[in-house]
Design a protein around this ligand. Sequence first.
Ligand code: TRP
Ligand code: ZN
Length: 491
Amino acid sequence: MTWVFSRSLRDMQLKRPKRLTTVLLSATVLGVNACSPSIGATAPSQVANPGNPPAGAGMPGAAGIGDPDFPKDGNGGYDVDHYALKLAYDPPTQSLSGTASVKAKAVQSLSRFDLDLHGFTVRKVTVDGRDATFTRDGDELVITPSSVIADGTTFTVAVDYAGKPDPVRNSSNLGTYGFIPTKDGAFVTSEPNGARTWFPCNDHPADKATYDFDVTVPAGTTVVANGEMRGAPVTSGGRSTFSWREGHPMATYLATITLGKFDVKTGKTADGIPLYAAVDPTYRRNLDFLYSVSSKVTDYWSKVFGPYPFSSTGGVIDDFAAGYALENQTKPMYGGFDPDESIIAHELAHQWFGDSLSVKRWKDLWLNEGFATYAEWLWSEHNGGATAQATFDDYYADTKAPIWQYPPGVAQPKDLFNGSVYIRGAMTLQALRQRIGDQTFFTLLRTWTDQHKYGNVTTDEFVKLAEKLSGQQLDALFDAWLFKPVRPSQQ
Ligand code: TRP
Ligand code: ZN
Protein backbone atom coordinates (compact mmCIF):
# COMPACT_ATOMS: atom_id res chain seq x y z
CA MET A 1 0.00 0.00 0.00
CA THR A 2 2.76 2.38 0.91
CA TRP A 3 4.59 1.38 -2.17
CA VAL A 4 1.51 2.06 -4.23
CA PHE A 5 1.06 5.38 -2.49
CA SER A 6 4.52 6.71 -2.99
CA ARG A 7 4.79 5.26 -6.48
CA SER A 8 1.50 6.82 -7.39
CA LEU A 9 2.48 10.26 -6.15
CA ARG A 10 5.83 10.02 -7.77
CA ASP A 11 4.47 8.76 -11.05
CA MET A 12 2.04 11.58 -10.99
CA GLN A 13 4.77 14.04 -10.37
CA LEU A 14 7.02 12.48 -12.99
CA LYS A 15 4.08 12.58 -15.37
CA ARG A 16 3.32 9.06 -16.38
CA PRO A 17 -0.34 9.69 -16.93
CA LYS A 18 -1.40 6.42 -18.48
CA ARG A 19 0.12 4.20 -15.81
CA LEU A 20 -1.23 6.45 -13.16
CA THR A 21 -4.79 6.60 -14.26
CA THR A 22 -5.09 3.03 -15.41
CA VAL A 23 -3.15 1.16 -12.78
CA LEU A 24 -2.47 3.16 -9.70
CA LEU A 25 -5.49 5.16 -8.80
CA SER A 26 -7.67 3.53 -6.27
CA ALA A 27 -11.29 3.34 -7.18
CA THR A 28 -12.84 4.03 -3.82
CA VAL A 29 -16.17 5.67 -4.40
CA LEU A 30 -17.90 7.29 -1.50
CA GLY A 31 -20.88 9.56 -1.35
CA VAL A 32 -20.56 13.31 -1.23
CA ASN A 33 -20.61 14.55 2.32
CA ALA A 34 -22.46 17.78 2.03
CA CYS A 35 -22.89 18.64 5.66
CA SER A 36 -20.02 19.30 7.99
CA PRO A 37 -19.69 21.39 11.12
CA SER A 38 -17.89 24.66 10.65
CA ILE A 39 -14.26 24.89 11.52
CA GLY A 40 -13.62 26.33 14.92
CA ALA A 41 -17.06 25.48 16.21
CA THR A 42 -17.09 23.71 19.53
CA ALA A 43 -18.92 20.47 18.99
CA PRO A 44 -21.15 20.01 22.01
CA SER A 45 -20.45 16.27 22.19
CA GLN A 46 -16.75 16.98 22.71
CA VAL A 47 -17.24 19.30 25.62
CA ALA A 48 -16.85 17.69 29.02
CA ASN A 49 -19.45 19.80 30.74
CA PRO A 50 -22.14 20.78 28.28
CA GLY A 51 -24.36 22.29 30.97
CA ASN A 52 -24.22 25.93 31.94
CA PRO A 53 -20.99 26.43 33.85
CA PRO A 54 -20.82 29.18 36.45
CA ALA A 55 -19.53 32.40 34.93
CA GLY A 56 -15.73 32.44 34.87
CA ALA A 57 -15.34 28.69 35.28
CA GLY A 58 -14.20 28.16 31.73
CA MET A 59 -14.72 25.15 29.49
CA PRO A 60 -12.29 22.72 27.95
CA GLY A 61 -11.38 23.43 24.32
CA ALA A 62 -12.79 20.88 21.87
CA ALA A 63 -10.55 17.89 21.13
CA GLY A 64 -10.49 18.73 17.42
CA ILE A 65 -10.56 21.88 15.31
CA GLY A 66 -13.75 20.82 13.52
CA ASP A 67 -12.65 18.94 10.39
CA PRO A 68 -15.14 16.05 10.30
CA ASP A 69 -12.73 13.83 8.36
CA PHE A 70 -9.92 14.35 10.89
CA PRO A 71 -11.96 14.75 14.08
CA LYS A 72 -9.02 14.78 16.49
CA ASP A 73 -6.65 16.94 14.45
CA GLY A 74 -6.04 20.39 15.79
CA ASN A 75 -7.94 21.69 18.78
CA GLY A 76 -10.72 24.09 19.57
CA GLY A 77 -10.64 26.87 22.11
CA TYR A 78 -7.60 28.83 20.93
CA ASP A 79 -5.88 30.23 17.89
CA VAL A 80 -2.11 30.02 17.58
CA ASP A 81 -0.33 33.20 16.62
CA HIS A 82 3.34 32.14 16.83
CA TYR A 83 5.52 29.09 17.48
CA ALA A 84 9.02 29.64 18.88
CA LEU A 85 10.88 26.31 18.67
CA LYS A 86 14.22 26.04 20.47
CA LEU A 87 15.40 22.55 19.69
CA ALA A 88 18.52 20.40 19.60
CA TYR A 89 18.91 17.30 17.44
CA ASP A 90 21.65 14.71 17.65
CA PRO A 91 21.70 12.52 14.51
CA PRO A 92 23.67 9.57 15.97
CA THR A 93 21.24 9.05 18.85
CA GLN A 94 18.18 10.46 17.00
CA SER A 95 17.40 12.51 20.05
CA LEU A 96 15.32 15.67 19.72
CA SER A 97 14.86 17.92 22.73
CA GLY A 98 14.01 21.46 23.65
CA THR A 99 11.21 23.88 24.30
CA ALA A 100 8.28 24.85 22.12
CA SER A 101 6.70 28.16 23.09
CA VAL A 102 3.25 28.51 21.62
CA LYS A 103 1.68 31.95 21.72
CA ALA A 104 -2.08 31.72 21.29
CA LYS A 105 -5.30 33.58 21.82
CA ALA A 106 -8.21 32.01 23.70
CA VAL A 107 -11.40 32.04 21.62
CA GLN A 108 -13.47 30.92 24.62
CA SER A 109 -12.99 30.93 28.35
CA LEU A 110 -10.57 28.02 28.74
CA SER A 111 -10.27 25.71 31.73
CA ARG A 112 -8.23 23.17 29.80
CA PHE A 113 -6.92 22.70 26.25
CA ASP A 114 -4.94 20.27 24.11
CA LEU A 115 -1.97 20.45 21.79
CA ASP A 116 -1.24 17.65 19.31
CA LEU A 117 2.00 15.82 20.12
CA HIS A 118 3.04 12.31 19.10
CA GLY A 119 5.50 10.51 21.37
CA PHE A 120 8.26 12.20 23.45
CA THR A 121 8.57 12.65 27.18
CA VAL A 122 7.08 15.94 28.27
CA ARG A 123 9.22 17.28 31.11
CA LYS A 124 7.42 20.47 31.98
CA VAL A 125 4.59 22.70 30.81
CA THR A 126 4.03 26.30 31.82
CA VAL A 127 1.31 28.75 30.85
CA ASP A 128 2.44 32.37 31.04
CA GLY A 129 5.38 31.21 33.13
CA ARG A 130 3.31 29.34 35.72
CA ASP A 131 3.45 25.56 36.07
CA ALA A 132 0.52 23.81 34.45
CA THR A 133 -0.56 20.21 34.96
CA PHE A 134 -0.71 17.94 31.93
CA THR A 135 -1.65 14.42 30.85
CA ARG A 136 -1.21 12.45 27.63
CA ASP A 137 -4.11 10.93 25.76
CA GLY A 138 -3.05 9.39 22.45
CA ASP A 139 -1.68 12.25 20.34
CA GLU A 140 -3.19 14.87 22.63
CA LEU A 141 -1.17 16.71 25.23
CA VAL A 142 -3.91 17.82 27.62
CA ILE A 143 -2.97 20.93 29.57
CA THR A 144 -4.72 22.40 32.59
CA PRO A 145 -3.46 25.90 33.40
CA SER A 146 -3.31 26.95 37.05
CA SER A 147 -6.22 29.32 36.43
CA VAL A 148 -8.87 29.75 33.77
CA ILE A 149 -7.76 31.66 30.66
CA ALA A 150 -10.32 34.34 29.85
CA ASP A 151 -11.87 34.49 26.39
CA GLY A 152 -9.86 36.77 24.11
CA THR A 153 -6.67 36.60 26.19
CA THR A 154 -3.30 35.98 24.58
CA PHE A 155 -1.24 33.42 26.47
CA THR A 156 2.02 31.51 25.98
CA VAL A 157 2.39 27.79 26.62
CA ALA A 158 5.94 26.51 26.98
CA VAL A 159 6.40 22.76 26.52
CA ASP A 160 9.74 21.26 27.49
CA TYR A 161 10.09 17.85 25.79
CA ALA A 162 12.61 15.25 24.66
CA GLY A 163 12.75 11.91 22.91
CA LYS A 164 13.24 10.02 19.70
CA PRO A 165 10.86 11.24 17.00
CA ASP A 166 8.49 8.55 15.80
CA PRO A 167 7.34 9.51 12.29
CA VAL A 168 4.18 8.06 10.82
CA ARG A 169 5.61 5.09 8.91
CA ASN A 170 3.97 3.19 6.07
CA SER A 171 0.54 4.42 6.98
CA SER A 172 -1.97 2.60 4.81
CA ASN A 173 -2.74 5.53 2.54
CA LEU A 174 -0.40 8.39 3.35
CA GLY A 175 3.02 6.73 3.23
CA THR A 176 5.76 7.83 5.63
CA TYR A 177 5.74 11.41 6.89
CA GLY A 178 6.73 13.64 9.76
CA PHE A 179 10.22 13.92 11.26
CA ILE A 180 12.08 11.14 9.41
CA PRO A 181 15.66 10.37 10.50
CA THR A 182 18.16 9.99 7.61
CA LYS A 183 21.81 8.83 7.44
CA ASP A 184 23.09 12.30 8.26
CA GLY A 185 20.14 14.08 9.87
CA ALA A 186 16.42 14.23 9.20
CA PHE A 187 13.99 14.82 6.33
CA VAL A 188 11.03 16.73 7.72
CA THR A 189 7.86 16.68 5.59
CA SER A 190 4.63 16.48 7.53
CA GLU A 191 1.57 16.52 5.25
CA PRO A 192 -1.14 16.07 6.35
CA ASN A 193 -0.71 15.78 10.12
CA GLY A 194 2.89 14.87 10.95
CA ALA A 195 4.00 18.16 12.54
CA ARG A 196 3.05 16.60 15.89
CA THR A 197 5.91 14.10 15.40
CA TRP A 198 8.36 16.92 16.14
CA PHE A 199 6.62 19.74 18.00
CA PRO A 200 3.43 20.29 20.04
CA CYS A 201 0.98 22.19 17.86
CA ASN A 202 -2.54 22.84 16.70
CA ASP A 203 -2.00 20.36 13.90
CA HIS A 204 -4.43 21.43 11.20
CA PRO A 205 -4.04 23.92 8.31
CA ALA A 206 -7.06 25.89 9.58
CA ASP A 207 -4.81 27.41 12.27
CA LYS A 208 -1.85 29.17 10.65
CA ALA A 209 0.89 30.95 12.58
CA THR A 210 4.35 32.50 12.23
CA TYR A 211 7.48 30.64 13.34
CA ASP A 212 10.92 31.09 14.89
CA PHE A 213 13.27 28.11 14.70
CA ASP A 214 16.48 27.90 16.74
CA VAL A 215 17.98 24.50 16.11
CA THR A 216 21.26 23.21 17.51
CA VAL A 217 23.08 20.39 15.73
CA PRO A 218 26.62 18.96 15.61
CA ALA A 219 28.98 21.36 13.80
CA GLY A 220 29.14 20.46 10.09
CA THR A 221 25.42 19.75 9.93
CA THR A 222 23.17 22.28 8.16
CA VAL A 223 19.61 23.05 9.27
CA VAL A 224 17.17 24.23 6.60
CA ALA A 225 13.92 25.68 7.87
CA ASN A 226 11.23 27.92 6.43
CA GLY A 227 11.67 31.60 5.73
CA GLU A 228 15.04 33.25 6.11
CA MET A 229 18.08 32.84 8.33
CA ARG A 230 18.40 35.49 10.99
CA GLY A 231 22.18 35.55 10.71
CA ALA A 232 25.06 33.13 10.26
CA PRO A 233 24.93 29.97 12.38
CA VAL A 234 26.67 30.32 15.73
CA THR A 235 29.19 27.56 16.48
CA SER A 236 30.75 26.78 19.83
CA GLY A 237 31.85 23.63 21.61
CA GLY A 238 31.38 21.51 18.49
CA ARG A 239 27.74 22.49 18.02
CA SER A 240 26.07 24.99 15.70
CA THR A 241 22.80 26.82 16.20
CA PHE A 242 20.80 27.85 13.13
CA SER A 243 18.12 30.52 13.53
CA TRP A 244 15.39 30.79 10.93
CA ARG A 245 12.20 32.82 10.89
CA GLU A 246 9.03 32.43 8.84
CA GLY A 247 7.22 35.71 9.25
CA HIS A 248 4.14 34.85 7.19
CA PRO A 249 1.34 32.64 8.45
CA MET A 250 2.08 28.97 7.81
CA ALA A 251 0.17 25.70 8.21
CA THR A 252 1.81 23.22 10.60
CA TYR A 253 2.38 20.59 7.89
CA LEU A 254 4.49 23.04 5.88
CA ALA A 255 6.97 23.67 8.69
CA THR A 256 10.36 21.98 8.36
CA ILE A 257 13.76 21.74 10.02
CA THR A 258 15.30 19.35 7.49
CA LEU A 259 18.92 18.84 8.50
CA GLY A 260 22.04 17.04 7.38
CA LYS A 261 25.02 17.60 5.10
CA PHE A 262 24.08 20.09 2.41
CA ASP A 263 25.71 22.08 -0.39
CA VAL A 264 24.03 25.46 -0.47
CA LYS A 265 23.66 28.11 -3.15
CA THR A 266 21.99 31.44 -2.40
CA GLY A 267 21.20 34.57 -4.39
CA LYS A 268 18.20 36.29 -5.91
CA THR A 269 15.87 35.56 -8.79
CA ALA A 270 16.02 37.90 -11.80
CA ASP A 271 13.08 39.78 -10.28
CA GLY A 272 14.85 40.12 -6.94
CA ILE A 273 13.32 37.42 -4.72
CA PRO A 274 15.93 35.91 -2.34
CA LEU A 275 16.57 32.26 -3.21
CA TYR A 276 18.05 29.47 -1.08
CA ALA A 277 18.81 26.10 -2.71
CA ALA A 278 20.38 23.16 -0.88
CA VAL A 279 21.25 19.62 -1.98
CA ASP A 280 22.57 16.60 -0.20
CA PRO A 281 26.10 15.99 -1.55
CA THR A 282 24.75 12.87 -3.34
CA TYR A 283 22.71 15.28 -5.50
CA ARG A 284 25.48 17.84 -6.03
CA ARG A 285 25.04 17.55 -9.80
CA ASN A 286 21.54 19.02 -9.42
CA LEU A 287 22.36 22.14 -7.40
CA ASP A 288 22.69 24.56 -10.31
CA PHE A 289 19.62 23.09 -12.01
CA LEU A 290 17.52 23.32 -8.84
CA TYR A 291 18.69 26.87 -8.29
CA SER A 292 18.09 28.15 -11.82
CA VAL A 293 14.76 26.39 -12.42
CA SER A 294 13.40 27.47 -9.01
CA SER A 295 14.45 31.00 -9.87
CA LYS A 296 12.74 31.19 -13.26
CA VAL A 297 9.62 29.33 -12.11
CA THR A 298 9.16 31.64 -9.09
CA ASP A 299 9.40 34.70 -11.32
CA TYR A 300 7.05 33.26 -13.93
CA TRP A 301 4.37 32.21 -11.45
CA SER A 302 4.61 35.68 -9.90
CA LYS A 303 3.31 37.00 -13.22
CA VAL A 304 0.67 34.32 -13.77
CA PHE A 305 -0.66 33.85 -10.21
CA GLY A 306 0.07 37.29 -8.69
CA PRO A 307 2.98 38.63 -6.60
CA TYR A 308 5.06 35.98 -4.80
CA PRO A 309 3.52 35.83 -1.31
CA PHE A 310 6.64 35.13 0.80
CA SER A 311 10.01 36.75 1.53
CA SER A 312 12.15 34.11 -0.16
CA THR A 313 11.95 31.06 -2.40
CA GLY A 314 14.06 27.94 -2.81
CA GLY A 315 14.26 24.18 -2.72
CA VAL A 316 16.02 21.27 -1.04
CA ILE A 317 16.99 17.85 -2.38
CA ASP A 318 17.73 15.29 0.32
CA ASP A 319 18.92 11.73 -0.10
CA PHE A 320 16.00 10.19 1.75
CA ALA A 321 14.20 8.06 -0.83
CA ALA A 322 10.74 9.40 -0.17
CA GLY A 323 9.93 9.32 -3.87
CA TYR A 324 7.81 12.43 -3.39
CA ALA A 325 8.18 16.13 -2.91
CA LEU A 326 6.47 18.47 -0.48
CA GLU A 327 5.72 22.16 -0.85
CA ASN A 328 7.16 23.28 2.51
CA GLN A 329 6.64 27.03 2.67
CA THR A 330 9.52 28.84 0.89
CA LYS A 331 11.47 25.53 0.82
CA PRO A 332 9.95 22.73 -1.24
CA MET A 333 11.67 19.43 -0.44
CA TYR A 334 12.48 16.76 -3.02
CA GLY A 335 13.08 13.37 -1.47
CA GLY A 336 15.56 11.07 -3.14
CA PHE A 337 15.23 11.73 -6.88
CA ASP A 338 16.40 14.19 -9.54
CA PRO A 339 13.58 16.71 -9.80
CA ASP A 340 12.58 17.81 -13.29
CA GLU A 341 11.16 21.21 -14.27
CA SER A 342 7.63 19.94 -14.02
CA ILE A 343 7.79 18.94 -10.36
CA ILE A 344 9.60 22.15 -9.44
CA ALA A 345 6.81 24.05 -11.23
CA HIS A 346 4.30 22.01 -9.20
CA GLU A 347 5.87 22.58 -5.78
CA LEU A 348 6.42 26.28 -6.39
CA ALA A 349 2.83 26.74 -7.61
CA HIS A 350 1.83 25.37 -4.19
CA GLN A 351 3.42 28.46 -2.61
CA TRP A 352 0.27 30.26 -3.82
CA PHE A 353 -2.14 27.30 -3.80
CA GLY A 354 -1.79 25.43 -0.50
CA ASP A 355 0.71 27.62 1.33
CA SER A 356 -0.51 31.21 1.03
CA LEU A 357 -4.10 30.00 0.48
CA SER A 358 -4.59 26.92 2.66
CA VAL A 359 -7.49 24.54 2.86
CA LYS A 360 -9.91 24.96 5.73
CA ARG A 361 -10.78 21.27 5.57
CA TRP A 362 -8.86 18.46 3.93
CA LYS A 363 -11.74 17.43 1.68
CA ASP A 364 -11.05 20.56 -0.41
CA LEU A 365 -7.50 19.37 -1.18
CA TRP A 366 -8.07 19.76 -4.94
CA LEU A 367 -7.64 23.51 -4.25
CA ASN A 368 -3.99 22.60 -3.61
CA GLU A 369 -3.27 19.58 -5.80
CA GLY A 370 -5.56 20.35 -8.73
CA PHE A 371 -4.07 23.82 -9.04
CA ALA A 372 -0.45 22.64 -8.65
CA THR A 373 -1.01 19.92 -11.25
CA TYR A 374 -2.63 22.47 -13.55
CA ALA A 375 0.50 24.58 -13.07
CA GLU A 376 2.56 21.70 -14.52
CA TRP A 377 0.38 21.85 -17.62
CA LEU A 378 0.81 25.63 -17.80
CA TRP A 379 4.56 25.26 -17.47
CA SER A 380 4.59 22.86 -20.42
CA GLU A 381 2.39 25.21 -22.44
CA HIS A 382 4.66 28.16 -21.58
CA ASN A 383 7.68 26.24 -22.82
CA GLY A 384 6.21 25.21 -26.14
CA GLY A 385 5.34 21.68 -25.02
CA ALA A 386 1.85 20.19 -24.86
CA THR A 387 -0.84 22.78 -24.25
CA ALA A 388 -3.03 22.43 -21.18
CA GLN A 389 -5.91 21.62 -23.53
CA ALA A 390 -3.92 18.82 -25.18
CA THR A 391 -3.06 17.36 -21.77
CA PHE A 392 -6.72 17.61 -20.79
CA ASP A 393 -7.75 15.89 -24.05
CA ASP A 394 -5.38 12.98 -23.36
CA TYR A 395 -6.87 12.33 -19.96
CA TYR A 396 -10.41 12.89 -21.17
CA ALA A 397 -9.95 10.31 -23.92
CA ASP A 398 -9.26 7.60 -21.35
CA THR A 399 -12.89 6.70 -20.67
CA LYS A 400 -11.99 3.82 -18.35
CA ALA A 401 -9.66 5.75 -16.02
CA PRO A 402 -10.40 5.40 -12.28
CA ILE A 403 -10.50 9.18 -11.89
CA TRP A 404 -14.09 9.15 -13.19
CA GLN A 405 -15.21 7.18 -10.14
CA TYR A 406 -13.56 9.47 -7.62
CA PRO A 407 -15.04 12.99 -7.38
CA PRO A 408 -12.03 15.20 -6.66
CA GLY A 409 -14.05 17.86 -4.84
CA VAL A 410 -14.44 15.54 -1.86
CA ALA A 411 -10.97 14.19 -1.06
CA GLN A 412 -11.54 11.11 1.08
CA PRO A 413 -9.59 10.67 4.31
CA LYS A 414 -9.03 7.03 3.33
CA ASP A 415 -7.46 8.09 0.04
CA LEU A 416 -6.68 11.77 0.42
CA PHE A 417 -4.03 12.01 -2.30
CA ASN A 418 -5.88 10.00 -4.91
CA GLY A 419 -4.77 10.87 -8.45
CA SER A 420 -8.22 12.25 -9.18
CA VAL A 421 -7.62 15.07 -6.69
CA TYR A 422 -4.58 15.97 -8.79
CA ILE A 423 -5.60 15.19 -12.36
CA ARG A 424 -9.35 15.58 -12.42
CA GLY A 425 -8.82 18.60 -10.16
CA ALA A 426 -6.57 20.10 -12.86
CA MET A 427 -9.05 19.09 -15.57
CA THR A 428 -11.72 21.06 -13.69
CA LEU A 429 -9.62 24.18 -14.12
CA GLN A 430 -9.11 23.54 -17.83
CA ALA A 431 -12.84 22.98 -18.28
CA LEU A 432 -13.44 26.27 -16.47
CA ARG A 433 -10.85 28.09 -18.59
CA GLN A 434 -12.53 26.79 -21.75
CA ARG A 435 -15.86 28.01 -20.51
CA ILE A 436 -14.97 31.50 -19.25
CA GLY A 437 -12.05 32.34 -21.55
CA ASP A 438 -8.37 33.01 -20.91
CA GLN A 439 -8.71 36.57 -19.77
CA THR A 440 -11.34 35.96 -17.10
CA PHE A 441 -9.67 32.70 -16.06
CA PHE A 442 -6.28 34.25 -15.33
CA THR A 443 -7.89 37.29 -13.70
CA LEU A 444 -9.76 34.81 -11.51
CA LEU A 445 -6.53 33.09 -10.44
CA ARG A 446 -4.92 36.39 -9.50
CA THR A 447 -8.02 37.70 -7.74
CA TRP A 448 -8.29 34.43 -5.81
CA THR A 449 -4.68 34.56 -4.55
CA ASP A 450 -5.00 38.26 -3.75
CA GLN A 451 -8.30 38.09 -1.84
CA HIS A 452 -7.30 35.14 0.32
CA LYS A 453 -3.58 35.78 0.75
CA TYR A 454 -2.27 34.02 3.92
CA GLY A 455 -5.78 32.75 4.68
CA ASN A 456 -7.93 29.64 4.46
CA VAL A 457 -10.25 28.81 1.59
CA THR A 458 -13.10 26.53 0.55
CA THR A 459 -14.33 25.23 -2.80
CA ASP A 460 -17.52 27.16 -2.35
CA GLU A 461 -15.61 30.45 -2.17
CA PHE A 462 -13.79 29.61 -5.40
CA VAL A 463 -17.01 28.76 -7.23
CA LYS A 464 -18.63 32.00 -6.05
CA LEU A 465 -15.69 34.10 -7.20
CA ALA A 466 -15.60 32.34 -10.59
CA GLU A 467 -19.30 33.06 -11.05
CA LYS A 468 -18.92 36.66 -10.00
CA LEU A 469 -16.00 37.41 -12.32
CA SER A 470 -17.42 35.55 -15.30
CA GLY A 471 -21.03 36.59 -14.79
CA GLN A 472 -21.98 32.97 -15.54
CA GLN A 473 -23.83 30.23 -13.67
CA LEU A 474 -21.14 27.63 -13.14
CA ASP A 475 -22.65 25.21 -10.65
CA ALA A 476 -23.40 22.59 -13.31
CA LEU A 477 -19.79 22.67 -14.50
CA PHE A 478 -18.30 22.40 -11.01
CA ASP A 479 -20.86 19.83 -9.99
CA ALA A 480 -20.02 17.57 -12.93
CA TRP A 481 -16.25 17.94 -12.56
CA LEU A 482 -15.85 17.95 -8.78
CA PHE A 483 -18.75 16.11 -7.23
CA LYS A 484 -20.04 13.34 -9.51
CA PRO A 485 -18.60 9.82 -9.66
CA VAL A 486 -18.92 9.75 -13.45
CA ARG A 487 -17.02 11.16 -16.41
CA PRO A 488 -18.52 14.56 -17.23
CA SER A 489 -20.20 14.61 -20.60
CA GLN A 490 -19.62 18.23 -21.48
CA GLN A 491 -16.05 19.46 -22.00
N1 TRP B 1 1.61 17.53 -1.39
C1 TRP B 1 2.66 16.71 -1.96
C2 TRP B 1 2.72 17.10 -3.44
O1 TRP B 1 1.76 17.06 -4.11
C3 TRP B 1 2.48 15.22 -1.82
C4 TRP B 1 2.41 14.67 -0.43
C5 TRP B 1 1.33 14.18 0.19
C6 TRP B 1 3.44 14.54 0.52
N2 TRP B 1 1.63 13.76 1.46
C7 TRP B 1 2.91 13.96 1.68
C8 TRP B 1 4.76 14.84 0.51
C9 TRP B 1 3.68 13.73 2.82
C10 TRP B 1 5.53 14.62 1.64
C11 TRP B 1 4.98 14.07 2.77
O2 TRP B 1 3.72 17.47 -3.95
ZN1 ZN C 1 1.21 18.79 -4.84
